[in-house]
Design a protein around this ligand. Structure first.
Ligand code: 13P
Ligand code: SF4
Length: 302
């Protein structure tokens, strides 16, 4: 009997398709993906792929960004309902009001955002490149959307700029508290705390290392330490354990589970390739305008 993995491989060949996956999707999806990474890596990889079809194992804004960057390719989302709630947590009216108030403002848009929000922004960032990009901007005033926590973290690292914040958040990372960390630290006092900057400023104070998903993996892999408390979505544990079989990683339990990332299954990957469903469409006007901040990110982050 043909296994589902063999079916997917055959369908990929038939459709001239490549599979991209974020570190937060299920282990078995990461295991068969052609490219696995953080949001910045996946946006970079999406540019210049030779295959005609991109299957994106991730949430909507990722597939949408891949389509914006590759208008001539077919981009398939295995589950079009896998959406990041934070991607919608900013208002166009608020952007317009801030632009009125601050003449020189740069609207800096976390890639976890809809194309609609990107259209009204000056530059996109991810957690891996936000600091470098904000530092490189000539503007003193920065309106950071949609994530308040990432915005506040970057602001703490770039004190010469004035930040205006927006009240967006990731419900997974916002659930991490300093008390959580201290309780686990009491059990594993030697462990280093690795944390994603979508966590609150209070939680970030307990961290030994703060970075994007790929930053966390790289830090733990290079570290001489053997034990780590991992304060980000549980999916990251898969790569951490594969790359570091002799080290110990402690997660924060079921609350660090992104229900949208976990909607992506092998069955849905097979079915979207078989039935040509989940096709990402972005109309030309929206695509042209949202391409500008995405391209600027790729240029400034080099
Ligand atoms: P990174 O992979 O860029 O660290 O992003 C985390 C995230 O929340 C993606 O949805
Ligand atoms: Fe959105 Fe948070 Fe899930 Fe990432 S982990 S997709 S930011 S809800």
């Amino acid at each position: 009997m043909t296994s589902i993995i063999e079916e997917i491989e055959a369908l990929k060949r038939e459709n001239d398709a490549v599979l991209l996956a974020h570190y937060y999707v299920e282990d078995e999806v990461q295991a068969i993906a052609d490219y696995v990474g953080d949001s910045y890596y996946l946006a970079k990889v999406a540019v210049g792929l030779k295959e005609r079809t991109i299957v994106f194992a991730g949430v909507s804004f990722m597939g949408e960004s891949a389509k914006i960057l590759n208008p001539d390719k077919t981009v398939l989302m295995p589950d079009p309902n896998a959406d990041c709630p934070m991607a919608h947590m900013a208002e166009i009216e608020k952007i317009k009001a801030v632009r009125e108030e601050y003449e020189d403002v740069a609207v800096v848009c976390y890639i976890n955002s809809t194309a609609e929000l990107k259209m009204h922004s000056d530059v996109c960032v991810t957690s891996a490149n936000a600091m470098k990009i904000v530092q490189a901007l000539p503007n003193r005033n920065i309106f950071f959307i949609p994530d308040e926590n990432l915005g506040r973290y970057i602001a703490s690292k770039v004190p010469d700029k004035h930040f205006i914040f927006n009240e967006g958040f990731c419900h997974v990372h916002k659930s991490v508290t300093a008390e959580n960390i201290m309780r686990i630290k009491a059990l594993y006092p030697q462990a280093e705390v690795l944390m994603h900057p979508e966590c609150t400023p209070e939680a970030l104070e307990t961290a030994d290392y703060i970075g994007s998903t790929s930053g966390i993996i790289e830090y733990a892999t290079k570290s001489e330490k053997n034990e780590f408390i991992v304060a980000t979505e549980v999916g990251v544990l898969y790569k951490l354990k594969c790359q570091n079989p002799d080290k110990s990683f402690y997660g924060l339990g079921p609350k660090m589970f992104c229900p949208n990332m976990k909607k992506i299954t092998l069955e849905k990957i097979r079915d979207c390739l078989k039935n040509h469903t989940g096709v990402v469409e972005v109309d030309d006007a929206k695509r042209e305008k949202s391409l500008i901040p995405l391209k600027r990110m790729l240029d400034l982050a080099k």
